[in-house]
Design a protein around this ligand. Structure first.
Ligand code: ATP
Length: 268
């Protein structure tokens, strides 16, 4: 298998409406990446402006980088190749070069297409003299393949990298990603918006105060908030199961619905 995952846009389950609190970033990505792909015929005429062939999303873990990458593919109707960097790094001398070539060839065939590289710094980190010869060659070749995309005006393939450690990336790589977006830890109003999205399908107990929860969770990422809600629902579900066991046989339906409501408190 040459890429860890290849997904068609219709099979991507994330769109802009699933991402909370990042309206500014989304607006910029719509303008700089999505619209030029959706209206490529208009944008290809310009000799002066070309859509970026490299985009970097950087920031702490769990704040929505992968969500954004998938939503771009969905909104721009692009195929999505989720490149497993471990797969490239683990290969024997020469094999990783073949894999890189195959990935870029596939992306060109499937264009418009995104090559998504999570933890891009683990693969394209600052080059040092201690680099193994095969590693150095792999990086150089990867950049050459990338340059092939950059020089082609009509090619609609985007390399989209995500990292928690942008400082570890090779400067030559950063130059190839002119569009860079910091996706930071959410502020209080962003946390509230994320909680509202995470819990939109849940039946909440009337006592649940999401504003207060957002206020009590500074430093939480979107992923932390999801985990918090998940724990609360497991806790509640356990209580519900216990009640259900007690009531089994003579359950009062109304009571069950009541007990099934999700209560979230920081004490839980
Ligand atoms: P990592 O650096 O660890 O790969 P990441 O920045 O790519 O993390 P995601 O995988 O996009 O983070 O987010 C993890 C989960 O956290 C998402 O599936 C989603 O449930 C929730 N989440 C994070 N940020 C947001 C957000 N801004 N809006 C809605 N949900 C979010």
């Amino acid at each position: 298998m040459i890429a860890s995952q290849l997904v068609a846009p219709m099979d991507i389950d994330v769109s802009w409406s699933d991402i909370a609190g990042l309206d500014g970033v989304i607006q910029e990505l719509r303008e700089s990446v999505v619209l030029p792909v959706r209206h490529s015929d208009l944008f290809q005429r310009s000799q002066l402006w070309r859509p970026p062939k490299g985009v970097l999303l950087y920031g702490p873990p769990g704040c929505g980088k992968t969500l954004i990458a998938k939503a771009i593919a969905k909104e721009a109707s692009m195929r999505f190749i989720n490149l497993d960097v471990g797969l490239l790094a683990d290969k024997w001398y020469g094999e990783s070069q073949k894999l890189s070539t195959a990935v870029f060839t596939l992306a060109r065939k499937l264009q418009p297409c995104i090559i998504f590289i999570d933890e891009i710094e683990s693969f394209l980190r600052v080059r040092t003299t201690a680099d193994h010869e095969a590693t150095a060659m792999m990086k150089t070749q990867f950049m050459m393949l990338w340059d092939g995309l950059i020089s082609s005006n009509s090619c609609s393939v985007l390399v989209l990298g995500a990292t928690n450690r942008p400082q570890d990336l090779d400067k030559a790589i950063l130059r190839r990603m002119p569009a860079q977006f910091h996706i930071g830890l959410p502020l209080e109003n962003q946390r509230l918006a994320i909680l509202q999205i995470i819990l939109q399908q849940e039946q909440l107990h009337p006592a649940v105060d999401l504003k207060r929860l957002a206020n009590l969770t500074p430093g939480y990422s979107g992923s932390d908030l999801k985990e918090l809600c998940r724990h609360a629902s497991i806790y509640r579900m356990r209580q519900f199961m216990r009640n259900l066991l007690v009531m089994e046989g003579n359950a009062i339906e109304e009571q069950i619905v009541d007990d099934n409501q999700l209560v979230i408190s920081m004490e839980d």
